[in-house]
Design a protein around this ligand. Structure first.
Ligand code: PHE
Length: 453
């Protein structure tokens, strides 16, 4: 399929918003706050920023180069740039990775829908034990989590099937500003609570005593996940960019938006948690167990505000998740319809069915059925581990080897500089990062996981 016969994003602004929508998701509003709570607040944020600058931005630019050069789905894009069919497997791996991520991600997005519904119905009010019990009962139910999971994937399907301009770009142009407004409203409400400053202090004052190599590895994993790296997602979206798009500038803009949302998410959660004396280091259950308590207690004397904030919060989570699931779905959809030579609708339907099956199994693995528990870990946890710790870093590693060492330098330079409009210094920094920094850091992560270092 030639470059011209594919509809791309209509505007550069739409392209940035859609790609930022992919990056901004549960990774920012759910994963980032609990990791920050666990890894020492501002100290973690500093390391995270370094990881984004050293690995995140060069990694994004590399995927952009591959996608925009080819103007096709990820598998074909890797094959075209590398002029070798084996490299196509990196694109295929990206499509498979994104299917697995969409499966388990939709389970958590489905929990958000349930909590949104429960908030609308009057909230999950009660003491801490009740809220914890509510979470356990809901997630171990054999029906509802699976129903919400499939509902979320079908919602994503309805956007993707409409195409890049009328579906993905239009919805991103609407959802991203809405998401910002919701975020700002909740941050203001949270920071006005008595004692909120302790949360702000936790977020902005680094405590270096908590620093160790695990903090670095956590920050690295978070940077991959949050910037959607190593899944061919950015490569797929870049295939819809205009030829005139400045790739390094676009990558910096997206990294900035992503970081801003993550920090705002911290400013939304920590001040409220500290104001009621709750320690925000409860891990993944932070937003489903700790926060309903926080809303209940913090706004106890203003129940209407508590009610509204709780609805806005779960709405925010669901919207953030949706802009990300759309991008995950598009990777598989574009791969399927272009490679199998079927319509976009058929490609999207196949993707929806595969991801729904993975999603249902992940939903059931959280307590409803033992059949999906492996070595004491739920399938959901296994999928999370396997994608974030192995497949995504592997995808990013192979991508940096391809661009840093295999593809002719001239070609990479031409795409990177838009035929000469980017400064030489920026180009040199990128080249150094992609040839040395990215591969070495990712190898270090793998060696650490294998227990060698
Ligand atoms: N970046 C998304 C988030 O932060 C997750 C994601 C991963 C999206 C991989 C697309 C591909 O939630």
């Amino acid at each position: 399929m030639s470059n011209n016969s594919r509809a791309g994003f209509a505007t550069k602004f739409g392209a940035v918003l859609a790609t930022a929508g992919s990056a901004v998701g549960l990774g920012n509003v759910w994963r980032f706050p609990y990791m920050t709570g666990h890894d020492g607040g501002a100290a973690f944020i500093l390391v995270y920023i370094i990881c984004v600058l050293m690995l995140g931005i060069p990694g994004m630019i590399s995927e952009f180069i591959i996608g925009r050069h080819a103007g096709s789905n990820a598998a074909r894009a890797y094959r075209r740039l590398a002029s070798g069919k084996w490299w196509m497997l990196v694109g295929v791996m990206g499509a498979i990775t994104s299917m697995i991520i969409l499966g388990f991600y939709a389970v958590i997005a489905g929990w958000c829908l349930q909590y949104l519904y429960a908030s609308l119905m009057g909230g999950i009010s009660g003491d801490a034990a009740y809220v914890a019990e509510y979470f356990k009962e809901f997630t171990t139910d054999p029906l509802m989590p699976a129903v919400w999971t499939v509902a979320f994937i079908v919602l994503t399907h309805l956007v993707v099937v409409k195409g890049v301009r009328s579906g993905i770009e239009k919805v991103s142009n609407l959802l991203m500003p809405t998401l910002f407004i919701l975020l700002i409203i909740i941050v203001i409400a949270s920071c006005m609570l008595p004692g909120a400053w302790r949360g702000v202090d936790f977020l902005l004052n680094p405590d270096f005593s908590k620093m160790n190599h695990n903090v670095f590895l956590d920050a690295l994993g978070q940077a991959f996940f949050s910037l959607s790296l190593g899944t061919a997602c950015l490569c797929t979206y870049a295939s819809y960019f205009k030829r005139s798009a400045n790739l390094s500038k676009t990558a910096c803009q997206i990294a900035l938006i992503d970081m801003l949302v993550a920090i705002l998410a911290g400013l939304m959660i920590f001040p409220a948690a500290f104001s009621v004396g709750i320690n925000p280091d409860s891990g993944p259950s932070l937003i489903f167990i700790t926060l309903p308590n926080v809303f209940h207690e913090a706004f106890g004397s203003m129940p209407v505000i508590g009610y509204v904030i709780s609805i806005l919060f779960y709405m925010l989570l669901a919207l953030a998740a949706l802009t990300s699931t759309i991008s995950m779905h598009e990777i598989g959809t574009s791969f399927l319809y272009e490679e199998l030579h079927v319509s976009r609708r058929t490609g999207a339907t196949i993707e929806t069915v595969i991801c729904s099956v993975i999603g249902i199994m992940c939903a059931l693995s959280c307590g409803a059925s033992d059949a999906f528990v492996f070595f004491g870990k739920s399938l959901l946890d296994c999928c999370d581990f396997f994608t974030a710790q192995i497949l995504m870093p592997l995808g990013a590693f192979l991508t940096s080897i391809l661009l840093g060492w295999i593809v002719p330098r001239r070609l990479v330079h031409r795409e990177f500089t838009n035929s000469g409009t980017v400064s030489r210094h920026v180009w040199r920094i990128y080249l150094f990062a992609v040839r040395f920094v990215c591969p070495i850091c990712i190898i270090a992560v793998f060696l650490h996981q294998a227990g060698v270092i």
